[in-house]
Design a protein around this ligand. Structure first.
Ligand code: BEZ
Length: 219
């Protein structure tokens, strides 16, 4: 049988083990397992020295401490060389006064890009889309976001998703639309008829309906 080359990239899914990698970066060789025990935010950008990517990196650099506070390691990636990364990061320091303290992978051989489905051939066969992978301290993919090259990401949204993931790991809750840390949370819906009847009588919750109940954010 002949091999069929598919244009559909293989994308790790929520709940999958994040593929390990070894790669060159602006901070020397790195591998995913170096960061075991931390959240990893692995994000790709299409190319160095491009305007939207520059604005994103400035915002990631400004919010670096917010990621640190959450025990989260930022890792950037594009299909550019280490020297290109160095020159671009130096320029950002010189012109915008922001220091990029996290590693940026130079994925010239596209190994990591293929492992994480970062090249969407119908968009570009030679550059990565804007992807964000949220990998938990156990190395499991917990969320992923994909944008096209023309849409810059909202770094506060990435922090918001991270907060939600950290929160739902600590408490049996879910977070509603537009939730931010500190806002009210959702209590999981009951799974039996009796539990639904009990939920309707629960005075400790803000019960909108048997399947939608809200409570104050636990501390
Ligand atoms: C940008 O970052 O501005 C960009 C990069 C690749 C394609 C289009 C825009």
């Amino acid at each position: 049988m002949t091999d069929v080359i598919s244009a559909t990239p293989t994308i790790p899914k929520i709940g999958d083990r994040a593929p390990d990698f070894q790669a060159s970066s602006s901070k020397g060789p790195i591998s995913l397992k170096d960061f075991k025990g931390k959240w990893v935010i692995l994000f790709s950008h299409p190319a160095d020295f491009t305007p939207v990517c520059t604005t994103e990196f400035i915002e990631f650099a400004k919010k670096y401490d917010e990621f640190e506070k959450r025990n989260a390691q930022l890792i950037g990636l594009s299909i550019d060389s280490v020297y290109s990364h160095i020159a671009w990061l130096l320029q950002m320091e010189k012109i915008y006064g922001v220091e990029v303290k996290f590693p940026v992978i130079a994925d010239l051989n596209m190994n990591v890009s293929h492992l994480y489905g970062l090249i969407h051939e119908h968009a570009s066969a030679t550059s990565t889309v804007r992807a964000v992978f949220f990998i938990d301290p156990e190395g499991v993919v917990r969320a992923l976001i994909y944008y096209p090259a023309s849409t810059g990401r909202n770094i506060d949204e990435i922090l918001r998703v991270l907060d939600s993931l950290i929160y739902v790991d600590s408490f049996i809750i879910a977070t509603p639309a537009n939730w931010k840390a500190g806002d009210d949370v959702i209590v999981p819906q009951p799974a039996t008829l009796q539990a639904a009847k009990d939920r309707l009588k629960d005075k400790n919750l803000n019960v909108k309906d048997w399947f939608l109940a809200i409570k104050k954010s636990p501390k």
